[in-house]
Design a protein around this ligand. Structure first.
Ligand code: USQ
Length: 396
């Protein structure tokens, strides 16, 4: 297949690109490199040293003889160029990762909220409108988030995207299938909820073939392909805005920094290893909906864990201290979460679970590059409200 990976320079985009190129697909990255600019804005860098995207593609070619094509394009701002690109290249599939993906970044200031909404909503809508206008019947696979559901299974497992409900009507009870009601917990998660409505509309109105992957928190850093050469290494975020919880605990353990549990750590979240994440995307690509089908939604996660249990586990493994710090977020202090993920299992996914070897591998990577860490950038200081901002600790 000819595949366009929008956002192919990012944390999940890059390993996905390599995985698909390795599998023999013709892969084109479209990216505006905004994630690298945000590092510059925040004054932080990936724990792992990343080469330019052009250099990464050159190394891959040298190693495998396969070409990955890179196109610098801003999806949110360059609608006409996007249309021309699609019309010229006519991809069979488009994978859409090109959104600002950090909840804390999206809550920093009104500017960051506005940027996240403008960027994410425009990128998704420009893409949908361009696919309709160019008449390209590509399968669109979007990286969504488990966060659209709102992390509470109210006693019943969270289904894969849709909920069957019964409504009272004058003629008696009627059944209806609706998108699971969204309950986003940040401006970032809100943009992914809005994406869902756009997908529903374009599938119904124009017959676009769309798969939306509701992904949990990704952990790990290496995949089979990124391991092959030092310059193919994946980015690895540790800072308070972009670092995600499990990877942060592992990095904190590596540099002898207390493991920063927010609040009581009673938050239960869905997780997936990066290797499974790229595999799921490949599985979803191979199982495209037909024209006229509803949006296909998968829950892309393999297990759920409570934040404090993860911290205690890593504390036991590494001898690190667990610090319970004031929570910068407005979120439920404790929640249960049960999630259905049968569709990927039925397609053959064999889940990578949280085993010690893989956790230790991440700690090893972090130790190797520990000299690149600025300890002052570890605490999460982006507060969800002004009142919460007053309560935060800079030094756990
Ligand atoms: N947390 C801590 N300590 C930390 C960092 C986080 O206790 O040092 C807690 C947070 O308060 C939160 C939980 O861990 O309760 C998860 O935080 P996170 O930063 O790992 O994840 P989140 O902000 O939800 O976002 C990440 C990705 C996002 C993706 C989402 C999947 O950045 O792109 O969509 O995970 S999910 O959470 O399933 O919605």
């Amino acid at each position: 297949m000819k595949i366009a990976v929008l956002g192919g320079d990012g944390f999940v985009g890059w390993p996905t690109t390599l995985h698909l190129s390795d599998a023999g697909h013709e892969v084109h990255i479209i990216d505006n490199l905004s994630r690298r600019w945000i590092d510059t804005e925040l004054g932080v860098q990936s724990l792992t040293p990343m080469d330019s995207i052009q250099e990464r593609c050159r190394i891959w070619h040298e190693l495998t003889g396969k070409r990955i094509h890179f196109h610098l394009l801003d999806l949110a701002k360059e609608h006409e160029r996007l249309k021309s690109w699609l019309a010229e290249h006519r991809p069979d599939a488009v994978i859409h990762f090109a959104e600002q993906r950090a909840a804390p970044y999206s809550m920093k200031t009104d500017r960051h909220k506005t940027y996240t909404v403008d960027n994410n909503i425009s990128a998704t809508h420009n893409l949908l409108a361009a696919l309709v206008e160019t008449g390209i019947d590509a399968h669109l696979v979007h990286l969504g988030t488990m966060g659209v559901y709102g992390y509470s299974s109210v006693g019943a497992p969270i289904p894969e995207g849709y909920l069957d409900i019964e409504i009272d009507t004058p003629e008696g009870k009627k059944e209806q299938e609706i998108l699971y009601p969204t309950r986003p917990g940040s401006v970032y998660h809100m943009t992914k909820s809005l994406d869902q409505i756009m997908f529903q509309f374009y599938a119904q109105n124009d017959g676009l073939r769309i798969t939306d992957l509701h992904q949990g928190i990704v952990w790990g850093t290496h995949t089979e392909q990124t391991r092959r050469h030092e310059q193919l290494i994946n980015r690895f975020d540790y800072d308070g805005d972009y670092g995600t919880v499990l990877n942060r605990f592992l990095i904190q353990a590596a540099i002898d920094y207390p493991l920063t549990v927010h609040g009581t750590g009673g938050q239960t979240r869905a997780f997936i290893h990066i290797q499974d994440s790229v595999r799921c995307i490949e599985l979803a690509l191979g199982d495209a909906p037909k024209r006229g089908d509803r949006v296909r939604i998968f829950n892309q996660m393999t297990e759920t864990h409570r934040v404090r249990d993860l911290a205690e586990l890593i504390g036991r493994l590494t001898g690190s201290r667990v610090a319970y710090v004031p929570n910068p977020r407005k979120e439920a202090a404790e929640n249960d979460l049960v999630v259905r993920n049968e569709q990927f299992l039925a397609l053959g996914l064999e889940p990578t679970t949280l085993e010690e070897g893989l956790l230790e591998e991440v700690v090893e990577v972090a130790k190797r590059y520990a000299h690149r860490i600025d300890r002052s950038r570890v605490p999460a200081l982006s507060a969800w409200t002004r009142d919460i901002a007053q309560t935060l600790d800079r030094d756990p």
